[in-house]
Design a protein around this ligand. Structure first.
Ligand code: NAD
Length: 512
């Protein structure tokens, strides 16, 4: 940083802090006096009151001491929002350099704690796979930060204009059980890159690990920058705490990641909402491409974290002409085939049929006991024993089978035989339910690719790769675990969490 820049930043920081009622010399160095003290039992003790007064804005709670020493963890939604609002103002004062520091800390902590936190999340949720949970935490390094926010400049006879991507302030975010800490971490990186603070309502079955992560992030951020509650979380989360967050006047924006229920609740809140909703991604295999590659890709995506990914391959439509060869390729690459009778047994275990009618009931619902479980557990329900290391089960089903139509999130892949590409696209569209989430095709025929893309209109459309390529793993692009399908913002990035503000200088400042 040049001396001029540093002086300028100090002056701006001093002015903002003065307005906030903070006295003393602003520092760009780590806050050594306000370090959290960890007692020998591993608990965190509250530091001295930082002297930072509460913002004084309407609605903020009086007595900011109540916000000290919590490191983002609050039972009360109102307190959490007030603390996040104060942190948002502090982040504004810390500038872009402050945001960068926070992002680096979050990424480094996720990398360093990947094993420990992946295990913690797996023990709490009991869904998914340890190796992929570790990967999901390490992959936070590829989530974009402040570099994503390039202002848009205009220059002409009437002067110059700049459109800037400015923060909203406080965002309330809801995270899923399927990737609790990974979604929380990439939400923090992306939202803070845009200059916001955030309050989380995590899934009730996945919040303890999220609380651990939030506390750890805030302790590190406080040590480095003196900001204590930049990412807050409600402990324990409830539907009521979500409603309280949505109502709170500091909360300017909602970001929800989950199934249809939370999307509906967010849309009904009256606040602007970014909704990363459900999916049921279909795959089409037309036989014009390398079937071994197609089989490998499908296994990679569908087996990932036991098929918990919202973008993960959930059902495959294969042309009759190459069906048997594709089945053989799946077996060659280690997937295990179930017979019709075994699929029937698995279906009775994997779905709940409200009228106890068994398969064929029009409204089966997924049995959550089997969601994200290991293939061995599914195989046991199907009545077979698996070779060690099996990642995925598969078998032939009709197009209206519950495994095809429900978002089942289990490592069993239904494969449907179709006569033509048109029939396959039609069936894929029906299975996707208009979520406009994700779809894959394995083909070298650009007409087939184009027809499928136009028919399904999905946010992600991957050709000749696994679903992971859609998030930059094996394809070009950046990562985020929140894909705003329902509301259309696409894969979330720092720009998603900004307001566009225009600054106009009339007739002056153009340099030629
Ligand atoms: P879920 O819908 O059960 O829960 C998601 C979150 O919403 C949880 O925090 C839950 O407590 C909350 N929630 C649910 N109903 C609510 C309501 N009425 N009011 C307020 N909060 C409510 O989903 P899950 O099982 O945790 O996650 C899997 C689902 O999420 C799948 O449908 C998957 O496709 C989807 N998902 C989507 C994305 C995406 O980026 N589009 C990413 C991950 C998961």
């Amino acid at each position: 940083m040049s001396a001029l820049n540093e002086t300028l930043i100090r002056e701006v920081v001093a002015e903002v802090l003065q307005r906030l009622g903070v006295v003393g010399e602003p520092s760009l160095q780590p806050d050594t006096q306000q370090k959290a003290k960890i007692d020998t039992g591993g608990r965190t003790t509250a530091p001295q009151d930082s002297g930072v007064s509460s913002c004084g804005c309407p609605g903020s709670i009086s007595g900011s001491k109540r916000l000290r020493g919590r490191y983002g963890v609050f039972a009360d939604a109102e307190e959490a929002c007030a603390a996040a609002h104060e942190a948002y103002l502090q982040l504004s004062a810390a500038g872009v350099a402050g945001r960068q520091k926070v992002i680096q800390l979050v990424k480094n902590i996720c990398w360093d704690r990947a094993q420990e936190w992946a295990r913690l999340e797996l023990e709490e949720t009991r869904i998914g796979r340890l190796d992929h949970k570790i990967e999901k935490l390490k992959s936070q390094r590829s989530v974009p930060g402040v570099e994503f926010l390039q202002p848009y400049g205009l220059s002409g006879d009437h002067g110059i204009t700049l459109e800037e991507f400015a923060p909203f302030g406080v965002i309330a975010a809801v995270t899923p059980s399927t990737h609790s800490i990974p979604t929380l971490a990439c939400n923090i990186i992306t939202m803070v890159a845009a200059g916001n603070a955030v309050v989380f309502n995590a899934h009730p079955g996945a919040y303890r690990c999220a609380v651990t992560a939030v506390r750890t992030f805030n302790q590190a951020i406080h040590q480095a920058l003196g900001i204590e509650n930049l990412a807050c979380i409600i402990e324990p989360p409830t539907l009521e705490s979500f409603q309280a967050l949505a109502r709170n006047e500091h909360v300017r924006l909602l970001c929800v990641t989950g199934g249809p229920g939370v999307v509906k609740a967010a849309m009904a809140s009256g606040k602007r909402a970014i909704c990363a909703g459900p999916g049921n991604p279909p795959v089409l295999v037309d036989g014009t491409s390398d079937l071994d590659r197609a089989a490998r890709c499908v296994i990679e995506g569908a087996a990932y974290d036991n098929n918990l990914l919202c973008i993960g391959e959930k059902e495959v439509f294969v042309l009759d002409s190459c069906f048997d060869r594709f089945f053989a390729a799946l077996e060659r690459h280690g997937a295990v085939r179930l017979t019709e009778a075994q699929i029937e047994r698995l279906t009775r275990a994997a779905f709940v049929f409200p009228q106890a009618q068994g398969a064929g009931c029009p409204h089966p619902t997924v049995n959550r006991e089997l969601v994200g479980k290991d293939p061995e557990v599914l195989a046991q329900a199907a009545g077979i024993k698996l070779p060690a290391g099996t990642q995925l089960l598969f078998g032939e089903t009709p197009p209206d089978h519950p495994f095809v139509l429900e978002e089942q999130m289990m490592p069993f892949l239904p494969v449907v035989r179709v006569r033509t590409v048109e029939e396959g696209i039609e069936a894929a569209k029906r299975a996707e339910h208009g979520y406009k989430h994700s779809a894959m095709i394995h083909s070298l025929d650009v007409a087939h690719m184009t027809a499928m893309a136009r028919a399904l209109e999905t946010t992600l459309f991957v050709k000749n790769g696994s679903c992971l390529a859609g998030l930059g793993n094996g394809g070009e692009g950046y990562l985020n675990f929140s894909i705003a399908t329902t509301t259309g913002e696409g894969i979330c990035n720092p720009r998603t969490f900004t307001r566009v503000r225009r600054c106009v200088m009339v007739d002056q400042l153009r340099i030629f």
